[in-house]
Design a protein around this ligand. Sequence first.
Ligand code: GLU
Length: 432
Amino acid sequence: MSTETAEPTESESSDEIEEPESALETARRQLQHAAAHLDVDEGVIERLKHPTKVHRVAVPLKRDDGNVEVFTGYRAQHDDVRGPYKGGLRFHPHVSEEECVGLSMWMTWKCAVMDLPFGGGKGGIVVNPKELSHDEKERLTRRFAEELRPFIGPKSDIPAPDMGTDAQTMAWFMDAYSMQEGETIPGVVTGKPPVIGGSYGREAAPGRSVAIIAREAIDYYDYDLEETTVAVQGFGSVGANAARALDDWGANVVAVSDVNGAIYDPDGLDTHDVPSHGEEPEAVMTYDAPEKLSNEKILELDVDVLVPAAIGNVITADNAGDVQADLVIEGANGPTTFAADAILEEKGIHVVPDILANAGGVTVSYFEWLQDINRRQWSLERVNEELEDHMLSAWDDVRQEVESRGISWRDAAYVVALGRIAEAKSVRGLWP
Ligand code: GLU
């Protein structure tokens, strides 16, 4: 993997940057951009541009028809100065070493901005999970767990669900790991079903945090929640939970979408009635709504708040000029490219970044890890109360940087995260 990525300077304009960017390029550019606002040792920034370790494994699978296929898996471990590596495992055909590294960097900042005692990791298998049977997915997950076993553990690296994986995947993963270790070790992964040490509220947490942060941003910019119109791209776990929470709190969710397209009702949708991906995959368009649009067009609707909550790189230099929302709250990881960010900023659109907005997932993962270590389950009420407290406190830390430095929400979130990481690196020192 090449580690030589051109670093843009602060003055580099959006049209000088080639698109599309990889997650790693975006992550490195964002880091360099934010570092300019902080008095941090260049050596620390240099270290943070590179992952500590990247593991690449072969994962053989016996297909249901008896044939053997070999898939490639990765686990990128970016930085652990503040605690064990933490982050999801995705099963997706676009998984690559570069993508895992970029996403693991975002996990480092995400954990730091939330002040969690974790660093950043991310991994996955290059596979289309839609082409696997239930049994094949189980065998692939178990073998992946075994291949990663030397590199992970509740004190060193704790995976979690991500795109294409879920609570069941984590249950198989935890079982395979535990069987080989000779004892039940629930803390090796988070996002498990509650019956085996998972946390109540974990599945809904990323979407819930997006809604909490959207609510705070709406209030901060003096909108009335009841009058606010919202469009949500993606109706999976993040998008559906965010849309439904905002709807419950009084906002007007006028459009939602999935891979097949978007539904739009200017009077507001009943989001609980629209099937989420978990309830009925790819069925948003079956819902009877006054208007149907393409999945891309939802990004250009004239709404107050836009929540891209599907996949990365959807707001690019090509379409950022057409975004009409006043606020963008990032639900997916990396939905806005570095170049698009500059265009949105020029247009006066406020973008609240993924590393703050969707951090409820890893925050409840932290609660789950604590519950596993203590062998004591928290109630859903306690999880949601603590999540609310953590989100508000992180929002406040970031808001203070926005106000005192006059910088964007993304830069402010990076300033908070980098400040904590740099301080940890400085007191621990470089060994030897
Ligand atoms: N995959 C989720 C994320 O991107 C959660 C990671 C975790 O809970 O460790 O934040």
